[in-house]
Design a protein. Structure first.
Lengths: 737, 402, 127
């Protein structure tokens, strides 16, 4: 070891020289500094006494980090926790690497090395994790998964075989008045400091002496440490009761060992085995008489006595009543003493606290390494929408154009001319096979058998409780083949729902989810026929019919339906063709005043037609009856998912129902409360000022009063009426035109 | 010196009797509060609370201590507001500290539909007595300066509902305060006393079996968390309850400086700073039902990542500990309390992620029910038979996070 | 940063037996996404599969790119929580960087495929 002047770090603003090979704690001690002003040091990562803020990260065990030139160490305030960081903490993203192996050995002491060698001899692929090499295991999780903090990021180690915990044992710290002073070290720490060339002065050893150092052995029972900031003497009591004071500069503590078995206990039930000192039973120190037991939380023997005397006898209750063991070292220092204390007071020796992650400290940033946000998918037209200046929003689990800047203009394009909308986000699923019809008959509350090839029907999807899960279309392609559509937000669940039932019923079907393979553009408005004719479809399908056609040269399945209330054709096509089709339709319709419409305009249009949006207008306990959709449920079918529940609840008087509402003036906000006189009767789920009707139209939940839905209501202090839906074109003639 | 050491509560333990007027199964918040209110409000003190481990060992001692009333249906808003009020006066009533802190709760919106939902929440809450207002970005930044309003460029913060009554209290102190208050008035609490069976006389519950022998009771109350379906089945009841794990973690202690409780509707996490100075982070329930208390790594990773997106100052804070509780989820995300249809057997369950908030009101109302035999109006909507009567209480304000 | 391109091909859902016995064109890559589902690229004709109820649909729903193995494995080591197959060639699928990714691993290159709506996200996350 050489003294190199270039090796300097900064402690509380002052330069401190260190030697090559020093860890940060040794560097501090070399300069006569103690990271937390005092307290017994272990140099083994077990205790809380060497914690400091290192390069902006607080609660770093300085004994576990190598000293580096320029390292900035700030000692924690002595009387308060370190301050909360202010403002942003930018940092580089930390990477977690996934490593697969047969066996993981944690700890590379003698027993760990032996275990690793033995596994290797057996031909096992062994990963070793050694805190001394900067690989600190923070926890063992189900998987099993061993997570370690390493010098270049996180390591997530997945063993196929066993996890060997060879973490050794921690030395028991002293509990006596004055144990907060500097100059107290464990026996092993004393040896290591001496080897590092730290001048320990006169060393007094209590218990097992340190190796390789000349010490004065202090016999008897430890009474207290004397000194102001640093220990100056230790007071011992002999067997005959007399006290003896021994002057010293350093006290070495050899009071026994407590296995570092937190990982073993955390891995309970997994293939985890301890070897060496980690597998041994804990030494239980003599019951402490006075002094600080838990340094993290500042708990003394008197505090333990005080809560115990007030009825807190269980180890866990003593912990919770004092917070002993809840700090940074998670009980490493105090647990043996609390157990000893409670055993002394007549309780049995209670097992240690539950071991929970994390056993070694890591930052939130490290914990979050290689984590990703849930991605929001984009349709093939995403770029088109952005180029057109759309306000993009996450809606129904996708990025969708909320508005192109003129929502009312987009609305009128649909009502009076022609418009296109991106509905690629709708769920689309193909069902084929001899069991297809039976599957759908059993899944849906509609009579699927009566649906002719080439025709489509609006359907509800119900769960076993008879609650509405989703809505969409069943389109029959031929005898054994169907296309299902689902809502944007409901489709991923609906796919699993259909697959799970097909599997449960063991039906002979083929299922293909095409949601992400097919784009869909809705051509809607009174001039939709005209646009389609220009696009090459002179004989489009009739209302609720569908067929294949070439549109502007692109192969499409054309579904005639209507959500907007106007003539609508949904063009399903390969996502590879979306942009071309979109652009061609806009170009073909330019002189018709074509405009794309966003989600906001679509929500206005559908509300005028009284169409529900599942999830917005429905709740998760909405039955068809509650949302006025009994017409979509055929109870005379032999069976379908939800039928039993509906048969039962149908006998119960209805308590609330979704209803159409209207009022003069601007539309109230969605969520507005609905009153009948001074009684709350429900709330608005959808609300819009209808440009074509010149009033506000809404859907909302109403409670039945004496068996009747109230008709005259108050919303945001203004009169409102319950009215039948649709609000607009109640005959539906526009959609069928 | 540690200001959090319990220096007031005194727990006095008794030998078990063979018979009590009321036996409450489960020594968590709800069981102890029920005992407390039976004793203090109705003078019923011949009561035993039986706890499998130690008091507060279950989900009361594992929860993240948020108290709020900003729920999604009027019946729930009224119910939780009553709880908020009882919590606020509990220290005065008992002379014990529960570290009650009114902090205000922000529920952040990141989309147009999210804004609509938070506006609706504010409107409904205000009408039913739980003050909540809609606030825009400027005000949000004032309430919580640490928020990155750009949401890391991923989830920008567009608005929020703000619930000034949102508060926290130390869970253990709530447990001990109720336990002590009940014990002082003669209630017995027996720890390490697992109930292994129910004693039936015909179709009526008349007592419980324990390892230490049978205990007869005029009324048995299940205030069990977790294995409630198992206990109820001993009385021949099937409960529509599924139990899901819910995880949380805390950082080490830092100086106080994060005032509110912050939740994100899209990122599904929430954050607050404990009185001790730890940053406390939680997220949504695990999807897979389980009784397991084992913590998962994915939760720590994902919750940390999501929280850091809106609260970048968290990045360099050091994680201290993670843990897991379990949530009894009802199909409509509302509690299940009251009579069961089985004589002598009452139930308080379905506490999902909202149990801690409801401890005072849950205990108060269950005590009234047991004492009077009449179901109080405040909990009538939450009765078990609502599922059979098609009177479910779907509550979107019960987020499944906290 | 790789630029992902749409992969044109055919999605086939048929009985596992029909897929087991089908013979794919020499120049085609056939990825068995499930026991009853295969993605073949480039596109093929319908009559290859012996199942009259098979769904045979032209498909451009995956975006993908070929990556050199070192880069691919370096990325996968930090973005993929599950164990990759050791043999080559091999097909594997699961969450990669939080996205539903399909991998075709050859000795000298690796194909990453993702549903096209996630292409931008995968590009960003691989960058």
């Amino acid at each position: 070891m050489t003294n190199d002047k270039s090796l300097r770090l900064i402690v509380d603003g002052s330069l401190v020289e260190f030697f090559a090979g020093d860890n940060a704690l040794v560097a501090l001690l070399r300069a006569g500094l103690h990271p937390s002003q005092g307290g017994c040091l272990c140099l083994a990562g077990d205790c809380p006494h060497c914690l400091a803020t290192v390069d902006g990260v607080s609660y770093v065990r300085t004994c576990q980090v190598a000293a580096r030139p320029g390292m900035v160490i700030k000692r924690h305030p002595s009387d308060a926790p370190p301050p909360l960081p202010v403002g942003d903490c930018p940092g580089t993203d930390i990477i977690a690497r996934h490593i697969y192996c047969d066996v993981v050995v944690i700890g590379m002491g003698e027993s760990g090395r032996a275990a690793a060698a033995e596994a290797q001899r057996d031909g096992k692929d062994v990963i070793t994790l050694d805190a001394a090499a900067g690989q600190e295991v923070i926890g063992i999780y189900p998987g099993p998964l061993v997570v370690a903090r390493t010098r270049d990021g996180m390591a997530d180690v997945h063993p196929h075989g066993e996890i060997v915990v060879a973490t050794g044992a921690a030395e028991i710290h002293p509990v006596a008045p004055g144990n907060h002073l500097a100059g107290i070290v464990t026996a092993r720490a004393a040896t290591r400091l001496a080897v590092a060339g730290i001048d320990l002065g006169r060393v007094v050893a209590i218990g097992t002496p340190p190796e390789g150092i000349a010490v004065e052995q202090a016999a008897g029972e430890l009474v207290r440490f004397d000194g102001v900031d640093r220990v100056e003497a230790v007071v011992m009591r002999n067997e005959n009761g007399s006290e003896r004071k021994i002057e010293c500069d350093t006290v070495s503590i050899g009071l026994g060992l407590c296995p570092r078995d937190a990982l073993l206990r955390m891995g309970n039930g997994l293939a985890v085995r301890a070897v060496g000192a980690a597998a041994r039973t804990s030494d239980i120190p003599a019951c402490p008489r006075a002094g600080t037991v838990c340094h993290c939380a500042g708990v003394t023997v008197d505090d333990l006595e005080s809560v115990r005397a007030r009825g807190f006898h269980e180890l866990e209750l003593v912990k919770r009543a004092t917070l002993a063991g809840t700090g940074t070292c998670q009980g490493s220092v105090c647990l043996p003493y609390i157990r000893s204390f409670l055993a002394d007071r007549g309780e049995s020796l209670q097992p240690p606290f539950t071991a929970r992650p994390v056993t070694r400290q890591l930052t939130v940033g490290e914990a979050a390494a290689s984590s990703y946000h849930q991605a929001t998918p984009r349709t093939a037209l995403d770029g088109e929408h952005r180029r057109l200046g759309a306000q993009m929003e996450r809606a129904g689990g996708w990025w969708r154009p909320w508005s192109y800047g003129d929502t009312v203009g987009e609305y009128w394009a649909v009502r009076k001319g022609v418009s296109i909308g991106d509905v690629s986000t709708l769920g689309k699923m193909l069902v084929s096979g001899p069991g297809a019809l039976e599957l759908l008959e059993r899944l849906y509350p509609t009579k699927v058998a009566t649906l002719k090839p080439g025709r489509s029907r609006y359907v509800l999807l119900l769960n076993e409780r008879g609650y509405v899960l989703d809505d969409g279309l069943i389109c029959r392609d031929d005898k054994t083949r169907f296309t299902l559509t689902f809502t944007s937000g409901g489709s991923s669940f609906a796919e699993l729902w259909v697959r799970d039932w097909a599997e449960s019923w063991r039906l002979d079907v083929r299922l293909l989810n095409q949601t992400m393979s097919l784009g869909a553009i809705n051509v809607t408005g009174p001039l939709a026929h005209e646009l389609l004719a220009r696009a090459g479809v002179g004989d489009p399908p009739q209302y609720l019919h569908h067929r294949t056609a070439t549109v502007t040269g692109i192969l499409c399945r054309v579904f005639r339906l209507s959500f907007t209330g106007e003539v609508s054709y949904e063009l399903h096509h390969s996502v590879a063709d979306s942009v071309t089709l979109w652009r061609r339709l806009l170009r073909l319709g330019a002189d018709l005043g074509i405009k794309p419409h966003g989600v906001e305009a679509l929500l206005m249009l559908r509300l005028e037609k009284g169409h529900i949006v599942v999830g917005q207008d429905t709740d998760f306990d909405s039955t068809p009856r509650r949302i006025n959709h009994e017409w979509a449920v055929k109870l005379d079918k032999p069976d379908f998912v939800g039928r039993q529940a509906i048969l039962r609840t149908d006998k119960v008087p209805l308590d609330r129902q979704l209803a159409g509402l209207e009022m003069e003036g601007p539309a109230p906000a969605e969520g507005a409360l609905i009153w009948k006189g001074s009684d709350y009767v429900g709330f608005v789920t959808s609300s819009v000022f209808s440009p074509v009707l010149g009033k506000a139209v809404m859907l909302g939940w109403l409670k039945l009063l004496e068996g009747e839905l109230p008709a005259e209501l108050t919303i945001v202090g203004r009169p409102a009426r319950r009215v039948p839906t649709p609000f607009y074109d109640s005959e539906g003639s526009r959609a069928r035109a | 010196m540690n200001e959090f050491i319990e220096r007031n509560v005194r727990l006095s333990w008794h030998a078990a009797k063979r018979s009590y007027e009321v036996v409450i199964v489960g020594g968590g918040g709800h069981g102890l509060a029920t005992a407390y209110y039976l004793a203090t409000r109705h003078g019923i003190t011949d009561v035993a609370v039986l706890e499998r481990k130690y008091i507060g060992a279950g989900n009361t001692g594992r929860n993240t201590t948020v108290i709020r009333a900003n729920y999604g249906i009027p019946e729930a808003v009224r119910f939780y507001q009553r709880s908020l009020d009882l919590y606020a006066s509990l220290e005065e009533e008992t002379g014990r500290g529960i570290t009650h802190r009114q902090k205000g709760l922000l529920w952040l919106a990141h989309s147009e539909t999210g804004i609509r939902a938070e506006r609706a929440r504010a409107e409904l809450n205000t009408a039913f007595g739980a003050g909540t207002e809609y606030v825009g970005p400027d005000e949000i930044k004032k309430i919580c300066p640490q928020l990155d309003m750009a949401g890391g460029g991923v989830w920008p913060i567009l608005g929020a509902s703000y619930h000034p009554g949102g508060a926290t209290a130390r869970h253990d102190r709530v447990v001990w305060t109720y336990a002590e208050g009940a014990m002082q008035r003669g209630v017995h609490i027996h720890q390490r006393t697992a109930v292994t069976g129910l004693i039936m006389d015909g179709d009526r519950v008349t007592g419980v079996e324990t390892a230490a022998g049978p205990i007869s009771a005029g009324a048995v109350v299940s205030a069990v968390g977790g294995h409630v379906t198992a206990l109820a089945s001993m009385a021949g009841l099937r409960l529509p309850i599924r139990t899901h794990p819910l995880q949380a973690f805390v950082t080490n202690r830092y100086g106080l400086g994060f005032d509110p409780i912050v939740s994100s509707s899209n990122l599904l996490f929430y954050a607050s700073q404990t009185a001790k100075g730890e940053m406390l982070l939680g997220a949504e329930i695990d999807r897979q039902p389980s009784y397991s208390y084992r913590s998962g790594h994915h939760f720590l990773q994902s919750c940390g990542h999501r929280a850091m997106t809106l609260l970048p100052f968290l990045r360099n804070l050091r994680v201290l500990r993670q843990w897991t509780g379990v949530c009894d989820m009802s199909p409509d995300y509302s509690p299940v309390m009251g009579k069961t249809g089985v004589g002598g057997f009452y139930i308080t369950t379905g506490w999902g992620t909202w149990g801690f908030k409801a401890i005072p009101v849950g205990g108060e109302q269950m005590a009234e029910l047991i004492a009077t035999g009449e179901t109080p109006d405040l909990i009538a909507p939450f009765s078990l038979d609502r599922f059979a009567r098609d009177r479910t209480m779907a509550d979107r304000g019960s987020a499944g996070t906290h | 940063m790789p630029e992902l391109k749409l992969f044109h091909g055919t999605r086939i859902v048929a009985t596992p037996a029909a897929l087991d016995t089908a013979v794919w064109p020499q120049d085609a890559l056939a990825l068995r996404l499930a026991p009853d589902e295969v993605f073949v690229t480039p596109a093929i004709t319908a009559d290859i599969v012996d199942d009259q109820h098979a769904i045979v649909a032209p498909d451009a729903g995956f975006a993908g790119a070929w990556i050199v193995p070192d880069e691919a494995l370096e990325f996968l080591q930090r973005s993929c929580e599950w164990e990759l197959p050791l043999e080559r060639p091999a097909f594997a699928q699961g969450a990669v960087a939080g996205l539903p990714v399909k991998l075709w691993l050859e000795d000298d290159r690796v194909l990453f495929l993702v549903p096209a709506p996630y292409a931008t996200d995968l590009e960003e996350r691989m960058a």
